[in-house]
Design a protein around this ligand. Structure first.
Ligand SMILES: [Zn+2]
Length: 482
């Protein structure tokens, strides 16, 4: 098919063949992505059983629950308003034409990459300035509740650092689009390959390049705890060269641990706050959860899925950014024009917002698998529950949040669900012990002989009641999603 006439401001519009190529690429990636996610996500949180009934209080004391809900009543509305304000500001700039006009006023018009970089810096700055009052408000509340330990000057420096990191990451993405579009008409082909490679490289270097900007990491000092953690990892057959301690107490009283990187950059990190507040058993339990991530190579798998997702994102962005109506409303000539940057930033913001429920749905299943791993490794249900409660109280996280917030923002199962998971796991263990005892336990139960057999049967029956409750709960969750 002949090439279509030039688009607005001299840009070249896509041919029919280009568009067909993009749609085919997008469909192929979407199908591959859907299949891989469907087949690799551990959808069943507790293999071989069901969660116990979810106790919405997670067994926390009334005054603890009150404190958590008081905190959340202060920060959740502010957080939601901040998200809304940020999306509106960046969306308005990107989709209305104001953003592209702003870019044309920036210096460096002779060099597209200077203009593009400045456009990213300006766009991200506007987004940050709009949400800054909300961020200050949240930090005030965090101070009031003792969750933040950071002096304001340090907080401001973190905000500036995080702004710079965003500008670098988004700048690389935006310059990739504009730079390649200036070289080749079908820019999305090299761009998608590069985007996938950048996702993989980014995840690899993140622990050594970005994380140190926000915390100092030191190897855990030799001692009983370190020895027991290394032993735990060895028992788990996971190679962990070092458990690092982050000086999180400089910023917060919140407790956390995580795994990041893969290959040479793989590390398990525990917050120093966790070491200070939790018992040695609880730290072991939490590290066992992280070992679950390491054992299942969750970071690498997530990265590879992200890389495939990046190919799809490039194809989708190309279809949208190249469309005539988008060029007209957003006021840029084409993706080769640096004035496209505000539209790119808007697509990133809106896209990440809407992809968040899917990301979290997958993440919650992966987190549940790490929880089961921790239970299998430690076989310590009591410590699992006490550690979850400690996390909820210290981090002021709602044990059973509102469904919509849960679907949109919860990257982990709720504390209440995690406790129900541990109880469900425990019920499976009881049942398998019951199965091993077989006929003997059955006979004991029938004749009503008091003792171990009866106790086991009693608990197992309780487990079954809980399973029915749980099925209802899960159905509820699914209906919100659909
Ligand atoms: Zn985890």
């Amino acid at each position: 098919m002949a090439r279509l006439p030039p688009g607005p401001r001299g840009g070249v519009q896509l041919t029919f063949g280009d568009r067909r190529q993009l749609v085919v690429l997008l469909v192929l990636v979407a199908v591959a992505f859907g299949l891989i996610v469907a087949l690799t996500t551990p959808w069943q949180w507790l293999p071989g059983g069901e969660l116990a009934a979810v106790d919405p209080t997670a067994g926390l004391q009334p005054e603890q629950l009150e404190r958590i809900s008081d905190y959340r009543a202060n920060v959740v509305p502010v957080g939601l308003l901040s998200t809304l304000a940020g999306l509106l500001a960046v969306g308005f700039l990107g989709f209305s034409g104001y953003g592209s006009r702003l870019v044309r006023r920036l210096p460096g018009r002779q060099h597209w990459w200077i203009q593009g970089t400045l456009a990213v810096a300006a766009g991200v700055l506007i987004g940050r300035l709009v949400t800054l009052p909300f961020a200050i408000r949240v930090e005030q509340v965090r101070h009031r509740f003792g969750l933040s330990t950071q002096p304001w000057a340090d907080w401001a420096s973190d905000v500036a650092t995080s702004y710079a990191v965003s500008v670098v990451i988004l700048g690389i993405g935006a310059l990739l689009i504009v730079g390649l579009a200036r070289r080749t008409r079908r820019w999305w082909l090299p761009a998608s390959v590069l985007a996938a490679a950048l996702v993989i490289a980014g995840s690899f270097v993140y622990p050594v390049l970005v994380e140190p900007l926000f915390a100092r990491f030191t190897p855990m000092p030799a001692g009983e705890l370190r020895t027991s953690l290394v032993e735990l990892a060895a028992r788990d057959d996971v190679r962990v060269d070092e458990v690092l301690v982050a000086d999180a107490s400089q910023r917060t009283t919140a407790l956390n641990a995580y795994v990041s990187g893969f290959g040479a950059t793989k590390r398990i990190v525990v917050y120093d706050t966790l070491l200070a507040q939790a018992s040695a058993e609880e730290v072991r339990l939490i590290v066992a959860h992280e070992l679950g991530h390491a054992d299942n190579r969750d970071v690498l798998q997530g990265t590879l899925i992200g890389a495939l997702g990046a190919v799809g994102v490039v194809a989708l962005f190309a279809l949208i950014l190249e469309s005539g109506s988008m060029r007209r409303t957003a006021g840029y000539a084409g993706p080769r024009d640096a004035a496209v940057v505000p539209a790119v930033l808007a697509l990133v913001a809106v896209g990440s917002f809407f992809v968040s429920p899917l990301q979290n749905l997958i993440s919650r299943a992966v987190e549940a698998r790490a929880d089961v791993h921790a239970l299998e490794l430690t076989r310590d249900v009591g410590t699992f529950k006490s550690a979850q409660r400690r996390l909820a109280v210290a981090n002021l996280s709602a044990p059973d949040p509102n469904q919509l917030l849960y679907v949109w923002y919860a990257s982990h199962p709720t504390v209440a669900q995690r406790i129900a998971l541990a109880e469900g796991w425990s019920a499976i263990q009881q049942r398998s012990r019951l199965g091993a005892g077989g006929a003997r336990v059955g006979r004991l139960a029938r004749v009503g002989v008091a003792g171990v057999g009866e106790q086991v049967v009693g608990q197992s029956a309780q487990g079954e009641d809980r399973e029915h409750d749980d099925r209802r709960d899960q159905c509820g969750e699914k209906s919100v999603l659909s």
